[in-house]
Design a protein around this ligand. Structure first.
Ligand SMILES: [Fe+2]
Length: 330
């Protein structure tokens, strides 16, 4: 332990402490609340699947990973774990192997990051030859009458907390850790505002420096005495994982290192984060909408996202958009 694990109330205090204006707080804190909500749903689904793992039929897609037309799904529940994925040649059988699933561009974390993301996207998929022949939202939509473009309707276990599909995880996930991590994952975005709203000017992120928000958030949380295990949620949530190789190849203004989730809880927050954008005004994105966004950075990036969707299932994003009164990109 390097510091304290904040309660949700302490996470709130940290937001208040760092926010330069009410406008910034409203935008970023609300986004974090949304990501924490989705995170909780995804974790509960994962844990429900874990609890039921022994009672599922052997051919249940939650065990086999064979959803819809994805014939490549050769994963097993065991192989879907973090450690085993690297040994097993890709948990879902759709990557080239090992940690390929963490490669690909960090992608856009909202419109605020788009300029930066586009600027560094060019070489994102030099290492990603995966996926051209694999499942895409388009092909799934075609084969399933468009009713569920990312087709997880064949799941054996009915939706839990609005989440359908997903695969049995290798262990129970720590719901509280993940939710607190989600509440603080974007704390560094307060530090990359070009116009911070304190002078009445419209909020605006500092595009070129937006990519730094994860690391700045990590450093700031540590400076506040927060434990490393929580600070890592800020550091490791960008896109579908940002590798040292990409940092170097794309000349990103970050110290060369892997900025990828270190455990399942961090990975859930990274996934949940893709369903809501801090664009102004903020909006929700369905799994398909984010897949289209990811596709801009190459087929490998999109496939990584689709693999994550298959692993964690699909939350009821339209219901969440309604609940929070935000626009929905479908
Ligand atoms: Fe975020």
């Amino acid at each position: 332990m390097t510091g304290y694990i904040p309660t949700l109330a302490q996470a709130e205090e940290l937001h208040h402490k760092i926010a330069p204006s009410k406008a910034a707080y409203d935008l970023i804190h609300t986004h974090c609340v949304i990501i924490a909500t989705i995170t909780r749903q995804l974790v509960r689904r994962q844990n429900a699947l874990f609890v039921r793992r022994c009672t599922l039929p052997k051919d249940a897609p939650e065990l086999t990973g064979k959803y819809g037309n994805d014939d490549s799904g050769n994963a097993t529940a065991e192989a879907n774990g973090f450690g085993l994925a690297a040994e097993g040649g890709g948990a879902t059988g759709s990557n080239n192997g090992g940690d390929e699933r963490f490669r690909g561009n960090h992608g856009a974390d909202g419109d605020s990051a788009r300029n930066t993301s586009d600027a560094v996207a060019g070489s994102a998929n030099a290492t990603n030859s995966a996926a051209d022949a694999h499942v895409t939202p388009a092909t799934l939509a075609q084969k399933h009458n468009g009713s569920a473009p990312i087709n997880l309707i064949e799941a054996t276990v009915p939706p839990i907390d609005g989440v359908r599909g997903g695969m049995v995880p290798p262990r129970l996930l720590d719901e509280n850790l993940a939710v607190v991590g989600a509440m603080l994952h974007d704390i560094g975005t307060y530090l990359v505002l070009k116009h911070d709203g304190s002078d009445g000017e419209k909020l605006q992120f500092d595009g070129p420096n937006y990519i730094l928000h994860g690391l700045r958030g990590y450093d700031w949380l540590l400076s506040q005495g927060v434990d490393e295990s929580i600070a890592q949620f800020a550091r490791n949530h960008t896109g579908v994982g940002l590798t040292r190789e990409q940092v170097v190849a794309q000349g990103l203004p970050l110290p060369p290192a892997d900025y990828v989730p270190m455990n399942l809880e961090q990975e859930v927050v990274m996934v949940a984060d893709k369903y809501n954008s801090k664009s102004i005004p903020p909006r929700f994105l369905t799994a398909e909408a984010y897949a289209r966004k990811a596709r801009r950075f190459g087929a490998g990036n999109e496939q990584q996202w689709l693999d994550l969707v298959k692993k964690y299932g699909v939350p009821d994003i339209p219901a969440l958009a309604k609940q929070f009164g935000m626009k929905l990109d479908e």
